[in-house]
Design a protein around this ligand. Sequence first.
Ligand SMILES: [Zn+2]
Length: 223
Amino acid sequence: MNSMPAAETALRREVIETALEMERLGINQGTSGNISARWQDGLLITPSGVPYAELKAQDIVWLPLDVSDDAVVFEQSRPSTEWRFHRDILRSRPEINAVVHTHSNAATALAIHSRGIPAHHYMVAVAGGNSIRCAPYATFGSQALSAHAITALKDRTACLLAHHGVIAIGHDLARALWLANEVEVLAQQYLLACQLGAPPVLSDEAINEVIEKFKGYGLRSKA
Ligand SMILES: [Zn+2]
């Protein structure tokens, strides 16, 4: 491990810092969340079953993007059980370099009802469109779950997973984490608004205007 390039060590540390910040934000339930970042022709991903506070740079698992179930890498390390959707998102979305997965409470409450988040607030557009979709249920860690997530993330940078949680993706770890937290805030606001009846939603035209404004407004530079 001493021969590890400095840039790789720095990215491994950034994955750990992002995991710790996810805990500080209160959007991670126990060790349920997981995080990955693109590194060369693969990904660096949090390991399975290690508390974030105990993580060291060398504990972060590297997987090649073309890794398959029977790969030798699994004999040496234990990546997060959700490595399939991390791999498949990074493989299918070249503009994305980071994936954050949480079981944050309000978003998961909606996902339990298989409900996504409509355009009740203009900030829904930060995920790329007029809604944040909810992917159908499939068993955690399965290839079916990964396929559902990829579909729900089409033209989006966040989705919910039915009876499970949230995926947020971004150009870098800071952006993906920021979005994971924003999805939780939007879900909380939506649940509150639902208490007064079915919330009115913004028109597609209004949302498209927001999307255009974000493009020129540097939300990207926020994270
Ligand atoms: Zn999960």
